[in-house]
Design a binder for this molecule. Structure first.
Ligand code: NAD
Length: 519
């Protein structure tokens, strides 16, 4: 199969009225609530144990989902195990073709898929559109990568010996996904596992079962056999039951650090009779810092930092949550940032004018408000403009200053529209503070001095460092994404090495001296 080189799916130009009209028409046609089954092979069990609602208008039910029991988790793994041999033996090019057809299925429905992400997770339109594009990108990128990987890797050959290395799929992969990229992240992990010949049980986040259903529909419509991809909606208990099943060979997880660490412990506990070590691919949270040096161009830095901290209400794992500003420009920076925050429009996700949508659920709203309160007690806060009275899970954007070094606001991942500003005497002091953190996901630097840039690049522990731009918006193939330290297992989604985590290398060495080669 010869394919065009990979290119990112272009996002919509939402400044064009026609593009916006396509999306609003799709929204009008969206029939809710969706019914999301436990879907194992051709068996569907519908239920209403899980209710997913619209964070912008919580009385609107987006999806009614069954919640998988431990028995269903077991049945899903058993079905995936039974289908493994057939899917693993399917040529890589055929598996890739199924993924490419799934990408085409999503492309045809991209406005409707974006509308669903707006409703279910309060992604504003540009973010929702980018989420669909990223899901398509993962399918296209991993399809190509799996074909390349199927060729194996070259080895040193010497006379009288033939050496071959090929990559075999590992078995059943449990994919456990978060809600904040409700299409892209579950699709990315699932597509990587399937492309390399594994079978998958997908447990979408409890806040986004409707999007999880669309992921599985796309793959099955593309021709992935029913046995090779199961849908297991449910909460953390369903995820735990799935991950602890002894026949799960790989756990691909994206979510919070606490759950990721629990899954690493689960995997390390080898069940009696287990025939394989469970591998964990874990992408977790961070505490992302941006350094602003005294020579930074504030016309560039302020909008980029606003985008990094407040787009999607700060609910991206890559979102900026601390800015470390050189003391020489601190006051000017803080004043301009406060002005920019005051101009942010807080509102429903389906309003094209919205900058900051509501957070995903009531608990998230309470958590963000708790940290905002703490910031006000320990330091000083400047707040943006609150949302017009509405029932959604809105949080007013907050900028905090003057916090003590041991403040929880500077340590914890808050995952909301709250940004802390700190003063530093030098870029090196900023680097020291960043180096003291146990997490290392993304980071940013604004500086006009190439030597400063080099120094920070050399010292920065983060998985993705962004220089003179926003810290969010990693693109498949361009910015392979993932954290270091306690932020993740060091895998890079959307990068060339990612597929290696879903395979095991096998080497065959044949002595050809005595017999020669019979061809
Ligand atoms: N590094 C990355 O690439 C990346 C990307 C997106 C989100 N994140 C992180 O994800 C978090 C937000 O997502 P979230 O709130 O959905 O995270 P979460 O950890 O609460 O949930 C993630 C998934 O794990 C499941 N789960 C919960 N408890 C479980 C258990 N005991 N066993 C197995 N599964 C369990 C959930 O049901 C959900 O499907 C943030 O910390 C964010 O930084 C990281």
């Amino acid at each position: 199969m010869s394919l065009e080189p990979f290119a990112n799916e272009p996002v919509l130009e939402l400044r064009r009225a026609a593009a916006r009209a396509k999306l609003t028409t799709a929204m009008e046609k969206l029939e809710l609530p969706l019914r999301v089954p436990v879907w194992i092979g051709d068996e569907r069990r519908e239920g209403e144990e899980l209710v997913s609602t619209d964070p912008s208008a919580p009385e609107r039910i987006v999806a009614l989902a069954a919640s998988a029991t431990a028995e269903e988790a077991g049945a899903a793994v058993a079905a995936a195990r039974a289908a493994f041999g057939g899917w693993a033996a399917t040529p890589a090019a055929d598996r890739a073709a199924a993924l490419l057809r799934a990408a085409a299925w999503m492309r045809e429905r991209r406005a409707a898929l974006a509308a669903l992400a707006v409703r279910e997770c309060a992604k504003p339109w540009p973010e929702a559109d980018a989420d669909v594009c990223e899901a398509i990108d993962f399918l296209e990128f991993y399809a190509r990568g799996a074909i390349e990987l199927a060729a194996g890797a070259p080895l040193l050959q010497v006379p009288g010996e033939r050496n071959e290395l090929h990559y075999a799929p590992r078995g059943v992969c449990a994919v456990i996904a978060p809600w904040n990229f409700p299409l892209a992240i579950p699709m990315g992990m699932t597509a990587a596992a399937l492309a390399t010949g594994n079978t998958v049980v997908l447990k979408p986040a409890e806040q986004a079962p409707g999007c999880g259903l669309r992921v599985v529909e796309a793959l099955r419509a593309g021709g992935v056999p029913a046995g090779a991809i199961a849908l297991l909606p449910g909460g953390g208990d369903a995820g735990a039951a799935l991950a602890s099943h002894p026949d799960v060979a790989t756990i691909a997880f994206t979510g919070s650090g606490a759950v990721g660490l629990e899954l690493l412990r689960t995997a390390a506990d080898v069940a009696p009779g287990a025939r394989q070590l469970t591998r964990v691919v874990a992408e977790m949270g961070g505490k992302n810092c941006v350094i602003v040096d005294s020579d930074a161009d504030l016309d560039e830095a302020i909008p980029a930092i606003i985008e990094s901290a407040f787009a999607y209400a700060g609910q991206k794992c890559s979102a900026a949550s601390r800015v470390l500003v050189h003391e020489a420009i601190h006051d000017a920076f803080a004043e301009r940032l406060a002005g920019a925050v005051a101009g942010l429009q807080v509102g429903p996700a389906d309003d094209f004018a919205t900058d900051v949508p509501p957070v995903v659920e009531r608990e998230a709203q309470e958590r963000v408000r708790r940290y905002a309160q703490l910031a006000a007690e320990e330091g000083a806060v400047v707040t943006g403009t609150p949302a017009d009275a509405g029932a959604g899970w809105y949080c007013t954007p907050v900028v905090a200053t003057g916090l003590p070094a041991d403040s929880a606001v500077l340590r914890d991942e808050i995952f909301g529209p709250l940004l802390a500003i700190e003063t530093v005497r030098s870029v090196d002091e900023a680097c020291d503070r960043i180096d003291a953190l146990p997490v290392a996901l993304t980071g940013g630097l604004f500086s006009r001095n190439p030597r400063t840039v080099q120094r920070v690049v050399a010292r920065s522990p983060v998985g993705n460092l962004y220089v003179n731009r926003a810290t969010t918006g990693a693109m498949v193939g361009r910015q392979p994404f993932g954290g270091n330290r306690l932020s993740g297992t060091g895998t890079k989604a959307g990068g060339h090495d990612y597929l290696l985590h879903f395979v095991e290398p096998r080497v065959v060495t044949e002595n050809t001296v005595r017999h020669g080669l019979v061809v």
